[in-house]
Write a protein that binds this ligand. Structure first.
Ligand code: SF4
Length: 244
């Protein structure tokens, strides 16, 4: 029977995910994939002595960071003080993705450390986590001048690094904070208002969109809507726990 459109889309998402996993394994020094354990034992085809399932997310994240280096790939490098890679445990169940570093983040080299970061901490706490248990990153890793929205060419240049980070971590849920993150991950121009409060998928991983904490500081009346979005995140995480 011919697979329906949804099935085709899911297969495509899984194949895309596989492609990125293989890219990161290759960059981590894994050049061959053993077909059978015996063959692997007999030929020793794994270069560094690790089998592929022993390649840990932390190794891949280090490779990606080295690959970025002192990046000058887009104009945002001209105005940055510090490149903000992202932080959190490599095996995080939950990843938050924001737009880009602001003033405080640019100074400290850490994501979400200003006023918006304090509000994000509260959102994390509402989900039953502490900050050290989640991974936090941005679409672009250098601060846009005057905190303007990143431009399309800057997003196109920088976002593949974020995508590789997400592939390496493979969290149970990705939470996109604000239009830039939501539109980049979902490859759409739809407004955040039409994307939030429902479950999407990014390369086979559940994705929930909500407002950016900086927007909530300017529009506190939207906080109740945000808690509804966080409930969707919570439901997905709970579903994983019940499935285990
Ligand atoms: S924003 Fe990304 S692509 Fe642009 S310079 Fe910084 S790290 Fe490089």
């Amino acid at each position: 029977m011919e697979p329906d459109y949804r099935t085709k889309a899911e297969i495509s998402a899984v194949l895309n995910r596989l492609k990125w996993c293989l890219t990161d394994l290759h960059m981590a020094g894994i050049k061959y994939w053993p077909m059978k354990p015996r063959e692997h034992e007999a030929t020793g085809v794994i270069e560094n002595g690790d089998t592929p399932d022993q390649v840990k997310p932390e190794q891949v994240l280090i490779v990606i960071r080295e690959d970025i280096g002192e990046c000058t790939r887009c104009p945002l490098h001209l105005s940055r003080t510090t490149l903000v890679y992202g932080e959190g445990p490599p095996q995080a169940r939950l990843v938050f993705v924001g737009e880009g570093p602001g003033f405080d983040e640019d100074q400290q080299g850490r994501p979400f450390v200003g006023r918006a970061g304090k509000l994000l901490d509260k959102m994390i706490k509402a989900l039953g986590f502490v900050r050290e248990e989640v991974y936090i990153a941005n679409v672009v890793k250098c601060r846009p001048p005057s905190n303007r929205t990143p431009q399309d060419n800057e997003i196109a240049t920088c976002s593949p690094f974020l995508f590789r980070q997400l592939e390496a971590i493979a969290p149970q849920v990705i939470c996109a904070l604000g239009s830039c993150a939501a539109q980049t991950l979902l490859a759409t121009n739809k407004p955040i208002s039409s994307l939030r409060s429902k479950k999407h998928y990014w390369r086979g991983m559940p994705l929930v969109c909500t407002f950016h904490p900086a927007y909530l500081l300017r529009n506190p009346s939207q906080k109740s809507s945000t808690w509804q979005d966080l409930l969707v995140v919570h439901e997905i995480l709970t579903g994983y726990q019940e499935g285990n």
